[in-house]
Design a protein around this ligand. Structure first.
Ligand SMILES: Nc1nc2c(c(=O)[nH]1)N[C@H]1C(S)=C(S)[C@@H](COP(=O)(O)O)O[C@H]1N2
Ligand SMILES: [Mo]
Length: 261
């Protein structure tokens, strides 16, 4: 963990906080937490507590010490739904985040854009935005949790990824859906198939009922409320169904690929 990340929250040494939390956890939870990457983001996801100062860090530790294994086994179950929230809970303005500033975010022309589909799928036809907009959409208001120690609630509308995988005749016995993005130096991320098929995993086209703005990934992002923020690729240009682990931007820098609930 870099020095910057360690001191991201004033008055809280996040590395020590994660260490203390691990000590307070029951065995099963601890094992799964460590296997999942043991990050502050994962802690936030687990407890629902947002650490902004040393007071909330204490509250988080108190909450963890009250956990029992049964509660945790349920929380870490891949079939569990991420909590949803009312419109009034939406964070406004919702933060922009990437490994660069907003000025350098991809500026994609939706008319020329096509989603490329590759790998273990029956139909590899690329999809235009108009074609994708015709698919059945649903809205979710869920919490996005960044491994760097912040979280925010947003409203995302789009197509279930599981529905799309079915439409293109994807081999869902494959291990991963691997997404590539339009960022200048590349950004990509593998998603395990169980999560790709999760009912809340979405190909997202709208944020707050409006066409997805450039900041949040126009024309399409993958919204995965059961995973940390970096497993939610924006500016997606292609999707590959594959058995090969192809790595990812943050995964290659040491973040755990599972990174989620
Ligand atoms: N293409 C792309 N997707 C990305 C990133 C990125 O740098 N490029 N950053 C990730 C990280 S670390 C976070 S926290 C979220 C931020 O999404 P937001 O800007 O909608 O808040 O996008 C994720 N997806
Ligand atoms: Mo993030």
């Amino acid at each position: 963990m870099s020095r910057l990340r360690k001191l991201l929250i004033p008055g809280v040494d996040t590395k020590l906080l994660v260490k203390d939390a691990v000590k307070a956890m029951p065995d099963l939870t601890r094992r799964r937490f460590i296997a999942g990457g043991a990050s502050l983001g994962a802690l936030t996801m687990l407890t629902g507590c947002d650490v902004t100062d040393s007071f909330s860090a204490d509250a988080m530790l108190t909450q963890i010490s009250k956990f029992n294994d049964a509660v945790q086994a349920k929380l870490f179950n891949p079939n569990t739904l991420a909590p949803t929230y009312p419109e009034s809970a939406i964070t406004n303005p919702f933060p922009f985040n990437a490994y660069y500033g907003l000025d350098d975010a991809p500026d994609i022309d939706g008319k020329g854009w096509k989603l490329e589909v590759r790998g273990l799928v029956a139909n590899k036809k690329p999809w235009t935005l108009d074609e994708l907009y015709k698919l059945p959409m649903e809205k979710q208001i869920t919490r996005h949790i960044c491994v760097e120690g912040w979280s925010a609630i947003g409203s995302w509308t789009g197509v279930r990824l599981s529905h799309f995988l079915q439409l293109i005749g994807a081999d869902t016995r494959a291990k991963y859906c691997w997404f590539q993005c339009a960022d200048m130096d590349g950004y990509n991320s593998p998603l395990d198939m169980a999560t790709a098929l999760h009912p809340q995993t979405q190909m997202t086209f709208k944020f707050g009922d409006q066409i997805l703005p450039r900041a949040y990934g126009y024309p399409m992002k993958i919204r995965v409320p059961t995973k940390l923020g970096f497993k939610n690729p924006k500016y997606v240009i292609s999707m590959e169904v594959t058995n090969d682990y192809k790595g990812g931007y943050w995964e290659d820098q040491g973040y755990n690929s599972f990174s989620g609930s």
